[in-house]
Write a protein that binds this ligand. Structure first.
Ligand code: SAH
Length: 471
């Protein structure tokens, strides 16, 4: 069994990255080891995203590649996971991609675990009985929180889902159809997971949910995101906490206050507005107006003046006129937010928009609007980032990139600096001497928390594939 290998290809959101990490841990608990070479894998999993057509196309492209691998290596077990599979797409996908052995909905690794145990019992009964016992004894639940071997003491930041699914049904969005209804994870599980991650070197966690500020709404006890942040803040050894994605209508004063007051919670607010025109917002069924959003941003800035506020925008939503788009432009110009995750509308199957509205904005026009917002944001960020020029900022170092160390400030700004020794996981002060809209550079001033203790040969191990974009 020592020689059995797995490979996981991941695209999409941080939730998928977290799911791939859990899956990797479980496979390792069963005796598989990671390979970065797909053709070497005995188990190959594609963890997919379908939030936009482009992501789905990439997954289909990868499936074609994997089908070629399987022709050469028929024993290879192929697993398809994530939003492409969703809660009920498996029968359809099975017809289209008959070479896939196992289908797994988002965050649900059980089908693959069962498949591997069953498959191997037929083939190699004795050897697998051993493993089955091991998997059962170790209670996979718990093993999940053990990082894959190559990432242990080598992973500075980890994503931790706290709310699964989504029940909001924005008209453009396929996620509720693929990830199922909203449910919060028990706080005990979340805290246990974070404690385990910290023991393995993790220094920053990103708490995840489609609407993360609704955490606990399905609990009987009064326990929400603010309370969870307070409990996570108390975990020794953890340095930083962030959370995403907030929905504007659930962002309470209490959450904003807790973000301001808890030392480990970074002052980062992820509040997708999607559009700045009220008719478009109504058609999207977002549940707020542009004016509501403006007053929310004021509230965040009043309560927590030291902040960074990021948003998501969709351009070219069905029926969005030029003038309506300009409202979005004006809103962003007025609010001067920090980062904007920008997407061109992409029609998604079964969504209300796909069923009831016509995708009537041309690709050229969507691109024109995208570029217009992109340029605006670049101008705003370039200007806003000047504030850091000559300042000393605190940086949590994540990795090495093109000969420099790369980390993030509390405001989630990327910072690059040079140092000879291994800095992975260190918390350092950097004097900023160069700023641009999307990153900054500086000189190392002081190491406040030393780098992760780890063997040097681990420093070059590649991570799982980076996600396409945030949230
Ligand atoms: N739950 C979050 C967003 C999750 S999806 C929220 O409520 O805002 C991440 C981002 O993808 C969205 O914010 C949106 O900007 C984008 N997105 C979702 N569906 C899309 C679609 N059909 N076309 C283009 N962008 C889309």
């Amino acid at each position: 069994m020592e020689n059995k290998k797995y490979n996981i290809w991941t695209i999409g959101c941080q939730m998928n990255e977290a799911d791939s990490r859990h899956l990797g841990s479980q496979l390792e608990a069963m005796g598989f080891s990671l390979t970065e070479q797909p053709e070497e894998a005995d188990v190959m999993v594609l963890n997919t995203c379908v939030v936009r057509q482009q992501a789905e196309d990439r997954a289909v492209g990868r499936l074609r590649y994997v089908s070629e691998l399987k022709k050469r290596k028929p024993d290879m077990c192929i697993g398809l996971m994530g939003c492409m599979v969703g809660m009920r797409e498996a029968p359809r996908l099975q017809k289209e991609f008959p070479f896939v052995d196992v289908f797994m909905p988002p965050s649900d690794t059980e089908p693959l675990m069962h498949h591997l145990l069953d498959m191997n019992r037929e083939d190699e009964m004795a050897r697998m009985e051993d493993l089955r016992e091991k998997a059962e004894q170790n209670a996979i639940q718990d093993e999940e929180y053990i990082l894959p071997a190559l990432r242990r003491n080598n992973t500075v930041q980890a994503n931790v889902p706290i709310v699964l699914g989504c029940s909001h049904a924005c008209t453009f969005c396929v996620i509720p159809y693929r990830r199922g209804p909203e449910r919060s994870r028990p706080k005990e599980d979340i805290l246990a997971e974070i404690r385990k991650l910290v023991a393995q070197g993790v220094r920053e966690v990103m708490l995840l949910g489609q609407i993360v500020d609704r955490y606990g709404c399905d609990f009987e006890e009064e326990y929400g995101l603010a309370e969870l942040l307070t409990d996570v803040n108390a975990i020794p050894g953890l340095l930083r906490i962030r959370y995403l994605t907030g929905h504007p209508i659930y962002m309470s004063d209490r959450i904003i206050e807790v973000t301001r007051d808890l030392e480990k919670v970074m002052p980062q607010f992820e509040l997708p507005v999607q559009a700045g025109n009220n008719k478009v917002l109504e058609d999207m069924k977002r549940g707020y107006t542009a004016e509501d959003y403006v007053s929310l941003i004021r509230r965040v800035r009043d309560i927590c003046p030291d902040n960074t506020i990021n948003t998501d925008i969709i351009v070219g939503f069905p029926g969005e006129s030029d003038e309506e788009f300009e409202d979005t432009y004006r809103l962003l110009a007025e609010l001067e937010l920090d980062k904007v995750h920008l997407a061109k509308y992409s029609e998604r199957p079964k969504t209300i928009a796909a069923r009831k509205m016509e995708d009537d904005i041309s690709e050229e026009e969507k691109e024109r609007r995208r570029i217009r917002i992109d340029e605006l944001v670049e101008e705003i960020l370039g200007r806003k980032n000047q504030r850091w020029m000559g300042e000393t900022v605190e940086v949590l170092v994540e990795s090495r990139h093109k000969g420099k160390w790369r980390g993030r400030t509390p405001h989630n700004r990327l910072v690059f600096f040079s140092a000879d020794e291994d800095m992975t996981g260190a918390l350092v002060d950097v004097d900023i001497n160069f700023v641009s809209p999307y990153s900054m550079q500086g000189e190392l001033k002081e190491v406040k928390v030393p780098a992760l203790p780890r063997s040097p040969d681990l420093s070059l191990v590649p991570m799982f594939h980076r996600p396409l974009k945030v949230s």
